[in-house]
Design a protein around this ligand. Structure first.
Ligand code: AHG
Ligand code: MN
Ligand code: MN
Length: 324
């Protein structure tokens, strides 16, 4: 089986970017070791602090953030990082060619139940102005040169795209390297499996409610077919399932708060997952536009998410449009 770095060379990825991905490989090994040790490493449970989004931080959120930050900033090719757990950006090397936005640990509420969590990353080029401020990050997701996630599950996997399809690498713990285990992932255009937190039903727009009503109605409704539901409650694992066996994942607009209408974040959740999904032939939409075309205004901004099987995403968008 092919190792991660030689695979990137074969794909003619430039050496600076390879070096960044190599650093991510190191962080994956460090974090997966600690996640795997669980209670033995004393890393489970919450801290007393809150992050910039007002969420209670888990010990592993903080630890993973610190590890990724330290390792990436040591890589001479990183100009700056932006993280879910950091209010502002953190500067790295002045001549670094890349910006990395990341969610150090996604699905962190799963930690305490020994369920899947992951790290999501987005790699952007440094823009010409190279201002050294957060503005450098405010580029549409279309500009990403690479994106992916590391899933800490029964096995440790890295899903990666450098714009030439999606590959999955599995960590061989005996040699400490990611080996290529799947290539050219393709999401089937149709599906009968959806993932949504249905407890938010009453907060959705009417179109979203009608769409989900018809999924639940199965063969007795307009869609004339039965749907199955899955929800891991970690985007990284739910999107992984969509990439591997198809489906649609939704975290739609939610009326609970005018300031904070969506749950998931654009720069380090929406954009990287959207790039992976589009590279696998699926669609990733906010409800208003393709996620990758959104011009960000803030590194922590939130976004509606409807992604996965092409025809199913379009079906959902049809309901939203019809009820506007
Ligand atoms: P994070 O742990 O990085 O804050 O992200 C959690 C997110 C996302 O992974 C998941 O899809 C969603 O929160 C689950 O939220 P609820 O089940 O609470 O709706
Ligand atoms: Mn997250
Ligand atoms: Mn997180």
């Amino acid at each position: 089986m092919q190792r991660l770095i030689p695979t990137l060379r074969q794909d003619q990825v430039d050496e600076a970017l390879i070096s960044v991905i190599h650093s991510l490989q190191i962080t994956a090994k460090e974090i997966s070791f600690r996640v795997g040790q669980g209670d033995l490493a004393g890393v489970l449970g919450s801290t007393l602090s809150e992050n910039i989004q007002g969420e209670t931080q888990k010990k592993l959120d903080i630890l993973s953030n610190q590890l990724i930050k330290d390792i990436l900033l040591e890589c001479g090719h990183v100009r700056a990082v932006a993280s879910e757990e950091e209010e502002g950006i953190v500067l790295g090397h002045e001549n670094g060619e890349y910006l990395i936005a990341f969610d150090p640990l996604d699905g962190s509420s799963n930690i305490d139940i020994n369920s899947m969590v992951g790290t999501i990353f987005s790699i952007l080029p440094v823009p010409e102005n190279n201002s050294g401020t957060a503005d450098m990050f405010l580029q549409p997701g279309r500009n990403q040169v690479a994106a992916g996630y590391i899933l800490y599950g029964p096995s440790i996997m890295m899903a990666l795209t450098t714009g030439k399809g999606v590959k999955i690498f599995t960590l061989d713990q005996t040699v400490g390297e990611f080996l290529l285990t799947k290539r050219d992932l393709a999401i089937a255009p149709d599906t009968s499996e959806f993932a949504i937190n249905i407890s938010n039903y009453r907060h959705w727009q009417e179109g979203m409610q009608l769409y989900v009503d018809d999924l639940l109605a199965g063969t007795s409704g307009q869609r004339s077919k039965n749907f199955n539901m899955r929800w891991v409650a970690a985007m990284v694992a739910d999107v992984h399932r969509v990439l591997i066996r198809g489906g649609i994942f939704l975290y739609p607009w939610d009326a609970r708060s005018i300031d904070k209408p969506y749950k998931l974040r654009l720069m380090y959740e929406g954009n990287p997952m959207a790039m992976l999904v589009e590279q696998a032939g699926g669609l990733a939409h906010s409800g208003d536009m393709a996620i990758l075309d959104i011009q960000p205004t803030d590194i922590h901004q939130r976004v509606g998410i409807i992604l996965g099987a092409r025809n199913e995403v379009n079906a959902c968008l049809g309901y939203l449009k019809a009820s506007q």
